[in-house]
Design a protein around this ligand. Sequence first.
Ligand code: 13P
Ligand code: SF4
Length: 314
Amino acid sequence: MLEIENYDVEIGQLKKELNAVILAHNYQNPEIQDIADFVGDSLALSRAAAGTDADLIVFCGVHFMAETAAILCPEKTVLIPDPQAGCSLASTINPEELIMWKSKHPEAVVISYVNTSAEIKALSDYCCTSSNAVEITNSIPTDKEILFLPDMFLGSYVAKQTSRKNMHIWPGECHVHAGMTPHDINRYLDAKSDAELLIHPECGCTTSTLYHYGEGDINKSCHVLSTEGMIKYASSSHSKKFIVATEIGILHRMKNQNPDKTFIPLKEDAICKYMKMITLEKVYHSLRKKVHVVSVPDRVRSKARLAIERMLAV
Ligand code: 13P
Ligand code: SF4
């Protein structure tokens, strides 16, 4: 690759020349968030991709997110700066496994978390993200069985919130969030911190935290939120201190938007290695060479799009 001193300047120029837009997830490295036109969670990024009038979308996130943009915008070119940026959670289920699962529950409605491949979405009735999983589930008639996949912590959180008994949950997990355990929450409880607790529903500690909260063991408020929900909440709350239980990339925006508040990661080493594969150098290379194009075959795209559009409609 070329040796460039100011990647941000070069990227800005290429963006103009190509009528490109850069979308970045909240877990991206700070320097990527800083050059992005839009930073957000999975739902907000899907909406931004669907709404842009740029010709080229450079997606700074992981592969399933870029694929979602390609499904929603077939007329645009979607690039991912590193095609190896996968997702351990999305890899926990493949189409054969889902087909087999569906055959055992032929009447069930399939709700797939957005952290899945396009092929899995194409086999699903609804897509959902962490910010709307409860709403989507509530929109399904209560007498209908549900197959919820692939995150078991998000699934059990949703089942609890909706009091749904006929929900089958795939036993997948994200290696970053599953690593946040009830033990970490107990550490926080022992320290009797006066901070508010913000938890992503993929965390391995979500259910036990809600239990502790219900029992009155947590002396301040605790909120289960998507990454964007956490950022919005941190800005609107009067509290000055927050414990943040998710990938630490999120702290960049939180700190920038709230310089008078303190944000403490529940786990300092909660780092998604896939998200961190995207670098300024790779974004530059991606724009210059128009690589790596993310495309979804028409057969899969039209079915996957239906599941995403049903979600956007709810
Ligand atoms: P959000 O939709 O909350 O941004 O989460 C995406 C994700 O990959 C969490 O690990
Ligand atoms: Fe996937 Fe987990 Fe990384 Fe989110 S944090 S992109 S779920 S591996």
